[in-house]
Write a protein that binds this ligand. Structure first.
Ligand code: NAD
Length: 284
C-alpha cells in the first residue's frame, strides 16, 4: 500500500499563519514588528535560493528583514564587526548567517559571536547546550520542523525507536536531542556506522539527513514505518532529490515526506517562529 504523504507545505503554511497572528497582535499593541538580519556571503546559487525563500517568508508574515549581501572576499574581521553591530541593534531580534561560509572564515567562531538570544538558527553552543540539558531556548529550525511534521501525522515520539541517519552539528545531532527531549529511543547513524541499513530497519521512524541522494532504499525501511527526508541534493540534471528513494520507500512506509515540499518549507517556517519568539523575549 502506498504511504501517506506528509505535506510540509501545508504544515509550514499553518506555522507561518500562527507567526503572522503573533506579529499582527504586536502591531495592534503598538509594538514594533520582529526584525531579522539575513547575511549572505558570496554567490553560491543554492544559498541564494535559500536566502530568497527566507526573505519572502519574512515579508509574508510581517517580519522586518534587513539584507546583508556581502562579497566572497569579506574578511572574518569584517563579518564579526557586523555581528557585533547587529547584537547591539535594538530592532534586530534575529541574526541569520547563511552557511556554508567561504573557507577563510571560521563558522564556529562567527556563530559563537552571535548573541544567543538572537541566534534564530539555534546553532549557538548555548542554545544547543540548553537543548541537551532539557531547557530549550531557541531551537535548531530543521530538527524542530521535523518534530512538527511527525506530530502532524498524529503520532507521538514518546517510546518510539527513531533512527537518525546523519550526525552533523546542524541536523543529525540536534535532531537526536529534540527526539530525546520527547521521550524517543534514538539511534544515530553516521558514515562510520557498521550497518546503518540494519539499524534503520528496526526503526518506527527514520529521519534521513546524510546528504546522499537515494541512500535510503526500501531495504532500509520496515513495513509501516514513518520516513522523513531532510536531504536536499541537486542532481546533474538539475533535479532536486532527497536522501530517500521515494518510489520504492513510499510502497513500504506508512508515512513519507517528499522532497521538495517536505522538511524544507518547515525549516523556513520555524525560522519565522524563532524570530517572533526572540522578539517577544526582548520585549521592546
Ligand atoms: P553533512 O554532510 O554535514 O552531514 C552528513 C552526515 O551524514 C554526517 O554525519 C555523515 O557521517 C552522515 N553520512 C554520510 N553518509 C552516510 C551513510 N552512508 N550512512 C550513514 N550516515 C552517513 O550534511 P548536513 O548539513 O547535515 O545535511 C544533510 C542533508 O540535509 C543535505 O542534503 C542538506 O542539503 C540537507 N539539509 C536540508 C535542510 C532542510 O531544510 N531540509 C536543512 C539543512 C540540511
Amino acid at each position: 500500500m502506498a504511504a501517506q504523504i506528509i505535506d510540509g507545505k501545508k504544515v509550514a503554511a499553518e506555522v507561518r499563519a500562527e507567526v503572522r497572528m503573533g506579529v499582527d497582535l504586536r502591531r495592534e499593541q503598538g509594538k514594533r514588528p520582529p526584525g531579522i538580519a539575513v547575511i549572505l556571503i558570496g554567490d553560491d546559487p543554492a544559498s541564494n535560493v535559500y536566502v530568497n525563500h527566507k526573505r519572502r517568508a519574512c515579508d509574508e508574515v510581517g517580519i522586518m528583514s534587513r539584507s546583508y549581501d556581502l562579497p566572497a572576499s569579506t574578511t572574518q574581521f569584517e563579518l564579526l564587526k557586523i555581528v557585533d553591530e547587529l547584537n547591539a541593534d535594538p530592532v534586530i531580534d534575529g541574526i541569520l548567517i547563511q552557511l556554508p561560509l567561504p573557507s577563510h572564515i571560521d563558522d564556529s567562531l562567527v556563530i559563537e559571536r552571535i548573541d544567543p538570544g538572537k541566534d534564530v538558527d539555534g546553532f549557538h553552543p548555548t542554545n544547543v547546550g540548553k537543548l541537551a540539558l532539557r531547557i530549550p531556548a531557541l531551537r535548531p529550525c530543521t530538527p524542530f520542523g521535523v518534530i512538527k511534521l511527525i506530530e502532524s501525522t498524529g503520532q507521538v515520539c514518546k517510546g518510539k525507536h527513531v533512527v537518525v541517519v546523519g550526525a552533523s552539528n546542524i541536523v543529525g545531532r540536534p535532531m537526536a536531542l529534540e527526539l530525546l527531549l520527547r521521550g524517543a529511543t534514538v539511534t544515530v547513524c553516521h558514515r562510520f556506522s557498521a550497518d546503518s541499513a540494519a539499524l534503520s530497519r528496526q526503526a518506527d521512524i527514520v529521519i534521513a539527513a546524510a546528504g546522499k541522494p537515494g541512500l535510503i532504499t526500501a531495504d532500509w525501511v520496515r513495513p509501516g514505518a514513518t520516513v522523513l527526508d531532510v536531504g536536499i541534493n541537486r542532481l546533474d540534471t538539475g533535479k532536486l532529490v532527497g536522501d530517500v528513494d521515494f518510489a520504492s520507500v513510499s510502497e513500504k512506509a506508512a508515512w513519507i515526506s517528499p522532497v521538495p515540499g517536505g522538511v524544507g518549507p518547515m525549516t523556513v517556517a520555524m525560522l519565522m517562529m524563532n524570530t517572533l519568539r526572540a522578539c517577544e523575549k526582548h520585549q521592546l
